[in-house]
Write a protein of this length. Structure first.
Length: 408
């Protein structure tokens, strides 16, 4: 009698701890909803895939946890550590489409995430680099904004210890805060991602490999990425994006170039070969991958000159971010009027933005012509009403509206 009770108790305990723990259930639910977002309920674009919603759902329904049990391996596409924490997500070439999910940031124990060779769209989610406030929900659309989170009530997740590293992934907690700080390998190459490389990803301090090639990314590599000193030589790929341009952050180039000689000194000949390879790669990164000048660099420079001359009390110009295209398809700058065909700056509509200050005379160089000196063109539109600006009236070359002509 008693032994039977004990056995029952042990069975219940085992079910609770191994198969149907609340954390496992939450993690399973999160994973299935993420995969459903990415693959669609039909499961993939066409054909069949090793990783699919029906196999994950069947596993969950059978009470088989994502990291498996003593007799079953982890679900297809997952790898786990000894503590049953998910450390790897291998979803390359699995027919994924739709927006890249910001909610993947909840898998904070991830060491490797491979999403290569799919059809994933959207912009790289800044929250993967962590956010200070709570992200309100698991929005599956990549461009989750963290800028407004300080104004909202922070979620009640503050009590939960964010240092609980040993246990299961933090799928249970609502807010995303830490980001993917442990991530060593991130491969999103060969998709249809757009937008810029997020500045916040400079906090992915463990990153050793970052593969971003063959997408439709734009903008410059943020200077802040210079902190990614763990990136191994040759392990940052940015090619075949078309819109990526400008110089590689100087600090990052140095980090790539410096890593090898230090190794070389320690391990002799093999190290010297590695150093040579690393130097070649640094030169390649330096010389070919990011060779093109950003076509919008001069417009952006002039607009930032204007920005710095103005007091922007309401933050109306917060979208004027360094290293991004003022006429970007994904995040155009507020108040900048773009030529729809050429995607170049055609005017400014800053009316009613509560700006104050003195307009710099360089504004006359804006618009129209090419980036070279003396090629300043004509802004077709300049609307400045409803601000507290000087220079608009004072500068003879800068009328309140209409054409702006260079005067030098
Ligand atoms: C789903 O995955 C399982 C195993 O990973 C596989 O046997 C099955 O054929 C797949 N189904 C589809 C529709 O791709
Ligand atoms: C592992 O999970 C499978 C599927 O739910 C189950 O049949 C098996 O008994 C489990 N093994 C252990 C050791 O819990
Ligand atoms: C990705 O989507 C495009 C357009 O919908 C399609 O032409 C292409 O075949 C897809 N790629 C893959 C690998 O399925
Ligand atoms: C992101 O989500 C918001 C609201 O859910 C929606 O209005 C917006 O169109 C979405 N953006 C993209 C790129 O899907
Ligand atoms: C911030 O959030 C508030 C309330 O949700 C909203 O009214 C406001 O427009 C948001 N501001 C920005 C810059 O998104
Ligand atoms: C923040 O939360 C407090 C208490 O829950 C509530 O009284 C307050 O109205 C909230 N503020 C906002 C801006 O939601
Ligand atoms: C990078 O390019 C600059 C300018 O072309 C050059 O001076 C520098 O030596 C290059 N660095 C490497 C590591 O090739």
């Amino acid at each position: 009698m008693l032994p039977r009770r004990w056995r029952l108790l042990l069975l219940l305990l085992r079910l609770r701890l191994a198969a149907t723990s609340a954390v496992d259930q939450l993690t399973a639910g999160l994973l299935i909803s993420l995969l459903t977002d990415l693959q669609g309920p039909q499961g993939g674009l066409s054909g069949s895939y090793v990783v699919n919603v029906s196999s994950w759902s069947a596993a969950a329904a059978a009470g088989y946890p994502p990291c498996g049990n003593a007799t079953m391996p982890p679900w297809a596409g997952l790898s786990c550590d000894a503590a049953n924490s998910i450390v790897g997500l291998q979803l390359s070439a699995q027919g994924l489409r739709g927006s890249i999910p910001a909610a993947l940031a909840r898998l904070t124990g991830l060491l490797a995430m491979d999403l290569a060779l799919n059809n994933i769209t959207g912009t790289l989610p800044a929250v993967w680099g962590g956010s200070l406030g709570g992200l309100s929900s698991a929005s599956s659309n990549g461009s989750a904004s963290i800028s407004n989170s300080t104004t909202t009530n922070s979620s009640s997740s503050s009590g939960g210890s964010s240092g609980a590293s040993g246990g299961a992934n933090t799928a249970a907690s609502g807010g995303i805060s830490g980001g993917l700080r442990q991530l060593r390998l991130l491969d999103v190459s060969g998709n249809r991602l757009r937008g810029t490389l997020p500045v916040a990803w400079s906090r992915l301090a463990s990153l050793q490999t970052g593969a971003f090639h063959s997408n439709a990314l734009t903008g410059t590599v943020p200077d802040a990425w210079g902190s990614l000193s763990g990136l191994a030589p040759g392990r940052l790929t940015l090619g075949a994006n078309g819109g990526l341009c400008g110089p590689l952050a100087a600090v990052l180039t140095r980090a790539l170039a410096l890593a090898a000689p230090l190794e070389g000194a320690a391990v002799g000949a093999a190290g010297a070969a590695a150093a040579a390879a690393a130097a070649a790669m640094a030169a390649a990164v330096n010389g070919t991958l990011l060779l093109q000048t950003c076509p919008w660099a001069e417009s952006a420079r002039l607009l930032q000159l204007l920005h710095s001359a103005l007091t922007d009390r309401r933050g109306a110009l917060a979208s004027w971010v360094d290293g991004t295209d003022p006429c970007s398809a994904t995040a155009p700058w507020a108040g900048v009027v773009c030529d729809p065909a050429a995607a170049t700056v055609a005017g400014l509509d800053l009316a009613g933005l509560g700006l104050a200050g003195t307009l710099p005379s360089e504004l006359a160089l804006m618009g129209g012509g090419g980036p070279g000196p003396g090629q300043g063109g004509v802004l077709r539109q300049l609307l400045l009403d409803g601000n507290d600006l000087e220079g608009a009236r004072a500068g003879p070359g800068v009328p309140r509206s209409g054409g702006v002509r260079e005067e030098t």
